[in-house]
Design a protein around this ligand. Structure first.
Ligand code: FAD
Length: 383
């Protein structure tokens, strides 16, 4: 056993922490209050080569291992939780496109995504199909050398800033999950309409719905085999769930560090708050829980790097870490008294932002269904 990150991982994490502290953190609230996409920050992340971490070098990426990408996501989330979606999405989409898409799509889209020139989102959810993603209704019908797509996709992160979406639609409605295929759909095609959501958090990166009305795309935009889409996204989720968990832990960790400094300065009843064990004990308890959760995440990423099974571990990370992070941030907000409730401090925004990823990419209940399936066996699933 060796709990050290290697020298490259350590030095990258150091550079990114410095960037997150100096460049991202001071502006975190600005984008939220303006409800503007942080293009500037995205460009700076691209300059640091953070938007193609898992993409191979031949497509302009870094070919970083999963543990390294996890470290970067955690560090970026300390500065700006929403900018960490840049690392998350490029890892998730990059993984799907690189493994399954045609060479033409990789050349046209992957390398531009890795350079920060294109943003690609994931469109799986539909109004009637969230947890039960296989119940989606969008249709893709083959017509000669094209596919015609129709349907409504919902809840898509980064939609308004994206140039294309990986869209999941049924090519064979009678085949259930095995009839779902994935397509690269540019978002400037005729017949596409977008609708934004007024969310409680992550306001800078705007989620929304995508309406597809007789969209025609060439057959080379099919990603992988017909009917292979569901498996592709589920395998990629085993990775993105751990990245999300680390994003949430990064946001919680910096909030606790800020709170430790705050309670050393703030005096109540003639003494710094830090002297009261009713204040210091909850903070050190949260630090203990976050530290334990962090190692669960890095072990899951290490398992993925070794190509060992990690579906159960990824699901454990995804339900536990966002829940711990929200509770830790909530406690820090209360410890700040009324100041914590204002926009003077980033705490209320972090809480709003992190809650989103208790739901996005699979709720706690869905993760527990996955873990139960791994523990009890598929024959004990209720469906
Ligand atoms: C911030 C955010 C970002 C997102 N980003 C994307 C994105 O980029 N792309 C995309 O396609 N989607 C995205 N989503 C959608 C997200 O993946 C879905 O919202 C999620 O999978 C849950 O689906 P649902 O909202 O339809 O809830 P439902 O499926 O309607 O479930 C409602 C509630 O019931 C619970 N539940 C469901 N089944 C069971 C069960 N068997 N037992 C117990 N409880 C159960 C759920 O856990 C949930 O609490 C995002 C959502 C959010 C909030």
């Amino acid at each position: 056993m060796d709990f050290r990150f290697n020298d490259v991982q350590e030095s990258m994490a150091k550079v990114v922490r410095n960037f997150a502290n100096k460049v991202l953190l001071p502006q975190y609230g600005y984008w939220d209050q303006k409800e503007e996409f942080p293009y500037e920050q995205w460009a700076k992340m691209a300059e640091l080569d953070l938007l193609g971490l898992r993409v191979s070098e031949r497509y302009g990426g870094q070919e970083a291992d999963c543990v390294t990408a996890g470290l970067i996501a955690e560090e970026i989330a300390r500065g700006d939780f929403n900018c960490a979606y840049g690392v998350l999405m490029t890892c998730l989409v990059g993984d799907i496109i690189e493994r399954f898409a045609t060479e033409k799509i990789k050349n046209n889209w992957l390398s531009k995504m890795a350079k920060g020139e294109k943003i690609i989102c994931i469109a799986l959810t539909e109004p009637q199909a969230g947890c039960d993603a296989a119940a989606l209704n969008a249709r893709a019908v083959k017509k000669e050398d094209s596919y015609v797509l129709n349907g409504e996709k919902s809840a898509i992160s980064l939609l308004r800033a994206s140039d294309a979406a990986v869209v999941f639609a049924k090519t064979d409605p009678a085949a259930g999950a095995r009839g779902i295929s994935a397509f690269l759909v540019p978002l400037d095609l005729p017949g596409i309409t977008l609708q934004s959501y007024p969310d409680m958090g992550s306001k800078a990166i705007v989620r929304g719905s995508l309406f597809l009305d007789d969209i025609v795309i060439p057959e080379e935009n099919l990603i992988g085999q017909e009917g292979g889409g569901f498996i592709q996204v589920m395998q990629a989720f085993d990775y993105s769930r751990v990245i999300i968990a680390l994003m949430c832990l990064g946001a919680a960790q910096i909030t606790i560090e800020e709170t430790v400094e705050y309670v050393k300065q703030r005096s109540v009843f003639g003494k710094p708050l830090a002297k009261f064990e009713g204040i210091s004990f909850p903070l050190v308890e949260w630090l203990t829980r976050l530290e334990a959760a962090r190692w669960l995440c890095y072990r899951a990423l290490w398992l993925r790097d070794q190509e060992l099974p990690h579906t159960k571990e990824a699901a454990m990370c995804k339900w536990l870490c966002p829940e711990l992070a929200v509770a830790a941030i909530h406690e820090c907000l209360l410890i700040h008294g009324h100041y914590g409730y204002t926009r003077e401090f980033p705490i209320e925004q972090r809480m709003r932002d992190v809650i989103g990823l208790q739901i996005g990419d699979g709720t706690a209940q869905v993760q527990k269904i996955i873990i139960s399936r791994e523990v009890f066996g598929r024959e004990f699933l209720p469906y």
